[in-house]
Design a protein around this ligand. Sequence first.
Ligand SMILES: Cc1ncc(COP(=O)(O)O)c(C=O)c1O
Length: 480
Amino acid sequence: MTSTATLRDRIVGLDCPVPLLDGSEAPYLNLDNAASTPALRDVLDAIERFLPYYASVHRGTGFKSRLSTDAYDRAHRVVGAFVGADLDRNTVIFGKNSTEAVNKLSYRLELGPESVILSSQLEHHSNDLPWRRCAQVVHVRATRDGRLDEEDFDRQLHRHADRVALVAVSGASNVSGFVQPIHRLARKAHAAGARILVDAAQLAPHRKVDMLPDDHPEHLDFVVLSAHKMYAPFGTGALIGPKELFAHTPPEYRGGGTVDAVTLDHVVWAGTPDREEAGSPNVIGAVAMAAAATALMEIGMDAVADHENELVVRALERLGAIPGVSIYGEGDPAKSRDKVGVIPFNLGTVPHALVAAILGYEGGIGVRHGCFCAHPYVVHLLQLSDEEAATWHAAIARGDKAEMPGMVRASFGCYNTLEDIDRLTEMLERIARGDYRGRYQQRKSGEYLPEGFEERFRGYFEVEEPDEVAGKGGGRSCGG
Ligand SMILES: Cc1ncc(COP(=O)(O)O)c(C=O)c1O
C-alpha cells in the first residue's frame, strides 16, 4: 500500500489543532472512524474539479448537464466495481446512507406475513428495525464472546427453512469489529432457498467486499454501503442488488425521475436505478463516493486490512495491559484478524461517558461511548441481567440517561498510526490513575461536561446565523 505517511497526506484535516481543557491545543486524534471517517483529499479534489461543471442530471441538454449525467452514471459503475458486482444483472441504487438502503430493500422485497428475515443479535439497529416492520425477524444468537453463533444460525435456518426470505447480516460489527463469514453464510442461505443481504457499512472501509458472480454459490445478493464511513462524507449510500428484483414493481418513493411516462391514470415506471432514486439525486455525493471507492481500490483493501491489523494488535496489547481495562469481544492480539479496527472497552468503574469526555476534553481524542445503535448486542456483551436491562429501560422512559450502560469504542481508519494507539493508551493510563484536571458533572443526557469550560467554536468553524454575520472573522484553515 501507499506508505502510511503518504496516505496521511491524503486525509483532509488530519492533526487539526483543537482546544483542550487547560487552554492549550493539541492535534485532533480521530478514533471514531466507525461512525464517520474524515474525507480523502482525492474526494475533495474530485468535487472541486467537478463543481464548476456541476448541473442538473438526466433531463438537461446543455453540456454541463450531459457531463454531470455522465459523471453520475459512471459513479454507479465505479461503486458497482468496488464491490465486484456484475452490472449486467445488478443495479447500484444511490440514496442517503446504509440505513436508507436497508429500508428501501425492506419495502421492495416481496414479503408475506409468514416471511422470516434471519438476522442476528450483532446487528446495528439499521439492519434490524426496518425488518421488524415487515416480517418476522429471527435473531441468530451471539456466542458469549460476541461472535455470530454459527450453530444457532444453522439451526434457525433449518427450522425456518421454507420461510426464510432473506439472511440479513452485517459484514463487520460496529461494536466488536467481528468480521462475519459472509460467503459461508451466503452458501448456506442459497442452499436453503434464501437470499443474503450484507450490511457492509462497517466492512467496506476495512476489507475488500466481493459480491462474486451471480451464479456462484457464495454470491452476495445485496450489499449496502455508507460513503461517509468510506472517506466521502457527502451524503450518499448505496444498495447494490439484482435489477430483476426492482424491475416488476413500483418503487416505494414516487415522483420526478422515477418514470418514463405518466398519464392522468397510468404510470410507466423507469428502469433501474432511476425508478429507485426518486427526485433530484445527490450528484456531488455520488461523485464523492466514486472517488473514494477508486482511491480505496488504488490503495488496496488488502493493504488497508494489513495495516489496520497492526493497529488492532498494538491496541489489544496496550489497552489490555492497563489495570482495570475490560475489552469486549476479542481481546487476544493473536486473533486480531477476526476483527476490523473497532475496540470496545470499559475502564474499571469509571463511567464510559466520563472516559470519553476526558479523552475528548483533555486528550483531544475523539471516541464514542454508549450502545452504538446496537442495544441488544451491547447488553449481551456487558452480560446484563434482564432486571438490569429493565431498570435501564425504565430510566430511559423517564428521560434519564445517566445510568445508561455502555462502553467506550475506539475505532481506526487506514490513516491511523501506532503512535495514535500509544497516545490513546497514555491518556487511558492517566484516567486510570485519576490524573486528569477537570471536575466533570453529568447531565441527564448522560454526557459529562467539565465545570467552567466554555465551548468555543468561533475561530474554528461555525455556521453563521443571521444576527452574527456582522463583524465576524473567518475560521482558520486546518490543512484541508
Ligand atoms: C454496521 C452498520 N450498519 C449500518 C449503519 C448505519 O449507517 P448509516 O448511519 O450511514 O446509515 C452503521 C453505522 O454506524 C453500521 O456501523
